[in-house]
Design a protein around this ligand. Structure first.
Ligand code: IYR
Length: 222
C-alpha cells in the first residue's frame, strides 16, 4: 500500500451473530421512535450534552478526512431573536410565492407555515456550516465531497440528539445566507442546516406518518 501515515491496528467490536441480529433490531426500533418536532419546551439542556452530541457528529466519515464542518451553538437570546426574524422573513416569502402549489400541497400534512417561534423557544440552536474549502494561514485548501460529508455528520448529530432523549427539527429556511451574516462566519463557511435542540413541549403532537416498508426501499441482487 502506498501511504505516508503510520497505520495502527483496528480495535473492532466483536458480537456473535445472535447478538448482532438482536442489536440491529433493537437499534432499528429505537431509531424508528425518532420524530421531527415543531413544538419545543424552553427547559434548559446541559451544555455537556450539546458538546457530546457534536463530538459524536464530528466522528462521521468525510472526504479525505477533512471534516469540513462547523457546528455553531447558539443560546444567546439576542442572536436567537435575530435568527428567528431573518428566517421568518425568508419563510414568509417562500410560503407566499416562492414555493410551488405542488410543494405547498406536499407540506399540508405537516401544518407548517412561515411562523418559526421554536427558534426562540429552544435552549439551543445548532447551525451546521459546510466548509467548501479550508483556510489555513490565509491559504485555500481543498475539501472533497463536502455535501455528502456534512450530510453524514448531520445524520450522526440527529442520531446523537435522539439517543440523548432530546428532539430536533431539520429546519431549512431558504435562502440561508442570513445565518452566515448574523453569526459572522468566515467566507469559506456556508450554512447547511438549522437544528433547534431541546425537550418536546408538554403534550406536543406530531403528524401521523408511516414509513416506507422495507420492500419499497430495498432491492436485493443475488
Ligand atoms: N423551509 C420551510 C418549508 C419546508 C420544506 C420542506 I421540503 C419540509 O419538509 C418542511 C418545511 C420550513 O421549514 O417551514
Amino acid at each position: 500500500m502506498n501511504h505516508n501515515n503510520p497505520f495502527i491496528p483496528y480495535k473492532g467490536i466483536n458480537y456473535s451473530e445472535e447478538e448482532m441480529v438482536q442489536r440491529s433490531q433493537d437499534f432499528y426500533h429505537f431509531m424508528d421512535k425518532r420524530r421531527s418536532l415543531r413544538e419545543f419546551s424552553d427547559k434548559e439542556v446541559p451544555m455537556k450534552v450539546i458538546e457530546n452530541i457534536i463530538r459524536t457528529a464530528s466522528t462521521a466519515p468525510s472526504g479525505a478526512h477533512k471534516q469540513p464542518w462547523t457546528f455553531c451553538v447558539v443560546s444567546s437570546p439576542q442572536l436567537k431573536k435575530e435568527i428567528r426574524a431573518a428566517a421568518e422573513k425568508e419563510e414568509y416569502l417562500s410560503y407566499n410565492g416562492r414555493m410551488t402549489e405542488e410543494w405547498l400541497n406536499d407540506l399540508s400534512v405537516f401544518g407548517t407555515d412561515w411562523h418559526k417561534p421554536f427558534i426562540e423557544t429552544v435552549p439551543y440552536l445548532i447551525v451546521v456550516f459546510k466548509k467548501s474549502y479550508d483556510l489555513v494561514d490565509g491559504e485555500r485548501r481543498k475539501n472533497y465531497y463536502v455535501n455528502e460529508s456534512v450530510g453524514l455528520a448531520t445524520g450522526f448529530l440527529i442520531t446523537a440528539i435522539h439517543q440523548a432523549g432530546l428532539v430536533t427539527l431539520t429546519h431549512t429556511p431558504s435562502p440561508m445566507s442570513f445565518l452566515q451574516k448574523i453569526l459572522k462566519r468566515p467566507e469559506n463557511e456556508k450554512p447547511f442546516l438549522l437544528l433547534p435542540v431541546g425537550y418536546p413541549k408538554a403534550g406536543a403532537k406530531v403528524p401521523d406518518l408511516t414509513r416506507k416498508s422495507l420492500d419499497e426501499v430495498m432491492v436485493v441482487f443475488e
